[in-house]
Write a protein that binds this ligand. Structure first.
Ligand SMILES: [Zn+2]
Length: 398
């Protein structure tokens, strides 16, 4: 197995090795049509390294050769009202702040195009969505006249589009060499002057809340505000704004191409003391959390209780693969109808819609993401289900 001692975000060699998780499914977001398929998936190792120079966390054992995104990649979050509310507000904020009206928008890694559609509707804009995993057959809705989808990577052959806004959400953490990706984007932009909006998961949220369930093989990089800003500045961008969103779970950066010879750009620098502490605590606590949940699930089996996991996204798949409760948890609930009746990679639980709970009558529902707790509790209680609801994150308070 190859491991890399060079930080992919800043190229430093000052790397501290932290936790190791072996035998993780290479795709956490691909669910399978049969139990047999789900148990036969490719697996890879997660060996986390922490860059002492820029505060970046990454998988030192990541092997890009195992990855090939296809149309089966199902990571749309747009089935949750809470997420839709967030996406609506974000689109409106970008349109207002940067006056994105009747403009050209490029979205890199647009998925099924849900966010691009909102951006285009809000500002009467023209959208160009790039994604190798875009599936023209999936959507029953006709493609809007103002959006073009490209089932390919955004490259210099597309610079003629001359976008006013370039969006890229939840892509950078999948790229083995994010710095090279940003340098390439800067080169494609050339002398144009678009606003560039990037969003990634926030590593501080993962570390702070003991979110070991946020670690997935597809994510080779985990950005901190420091490593994100540093990478953008190194690649030739000026930072307009940077911050946390979605209850601290995401980090965003709004940037512009830095112009050559511009001397007045203020460079942001960070004190890494806080993140150092979180990385150390994360390593110490990791095994404790695994033991805690393994024991809790074992006890619920002994008590004859039926437990289900709520959330067949990456957190749920990681939780199940790390804890591996094969004989105690048989079902995972998810709102996304495209996931229902499929099977979880590596551990083989079947995904069911919430309606299934009325029949199954679980004693316990384990929620993977605290931000959806209210939404899930309201739905479950309205169905007359009085199961105990517990969140895997210790400070579940959303
Ligand atoms: Zn670094």
């Amino acid at each position: 197995m190859n491991t890399t001692d060079t930080c992919p975000a800043c190229k430093s060699n000052s790397i501290k090795r932290t936790i190791e998780i072996n035998d993780m499914p290479v795709y956490c977001n691909v669910l399978w049509d049969s139990h047999a398929q789900s148990m036969a998936v490719n697996k890879g190792a997660i060996h986390l390294g922490y860059c002492r120079d820029c505060g970046h966390v990454y998988n030192m054992a990541f092997d890009e050769a195992l990855m090939d995104y296809t149309e089966d990649y199902e990571n749309s979050l747009h089935f949750s009202p809470k997420f839709n509310e967030y996406a609506d507000a974000l689109a409106q904020r970008l349109v207002d702040k940067y006056n994105v009206n009747e403009r050209q928008i490029v979205e890199i890694g647009c998925g099924k195009g849900d966010f691009l559609k909102i951006l285009c509707d809000r500002g009467n804009n023209k959208g160009h969505g790039f994604d190798k995993s875009y599936d023209p057959v999936r959507s029953n809705e006709p493609i809007p006249h103002n959006i073009t989808f490209y089932q390919e990577f955004f490259s210099d052959t597309h610079s003629y589009l001359d976008p006013d806004l370039i969006c890229c959400r939840h892509v950078l953490e999948h790229i083995e060499d994010p710095l090279a990706f940003l340098v390439n984007l800067r080169n494609i932009i050339g002398d144009s002057d678009p606003v560039v909006y990037f969003e990634v998961p926030n590593v501080l949220f993962t570390l702070k809340d003991m979110g070991i369930w946020d670690l997935i093989y597809e994510h080779c990089g985990y950005f901190s505000e420091s490593s994100l800003v540093n990478a953008f500045q190194s690649a030739g961008f000026e930072i307009n704004a940077v911050g946390e969103s979605f209850g601290g779970q995401f980090l965003y950066v709004e940037a512009k191409p830095a112009k050559e010879g511009s001397k007045n750009v203020s460079q942001l620098h960070y004190d890494l003391g806080e993140i150092d502490q979180y990385v150390n605590a994360f390593e110490i606590n990791y095994n404790d959390r695994v033991v805690h949940w393994s024991t809790a699930i074992e006890n619920s089996l002994t008590a004859g209780h039926q437990a289900v996991v709520w959330g067949a996204g990456s957190k749920g798949v990681t939780f199940l693969n790390v804890i591996n409760p094969r004989d105690t948890i048989h079902y995972v609930v998810d709102l996304n109808p495209h996931k229902c009746e499929k099977y979880v990679p590596g551990t083989g639980q079947q995904v069911k819609s919430p309606e299934f709970l009325a029949k199954h009558k679980p004693d316990k529902i384990i929620i993977m993401n605290p931000i959806y707790e209210k939404e899930i509790t309201t739905l479950v209680r309205s169905m007359g289900i009085d199961a105990e609801i517990e969140c895997v994150v210790s400070n579940c308070s959303a």
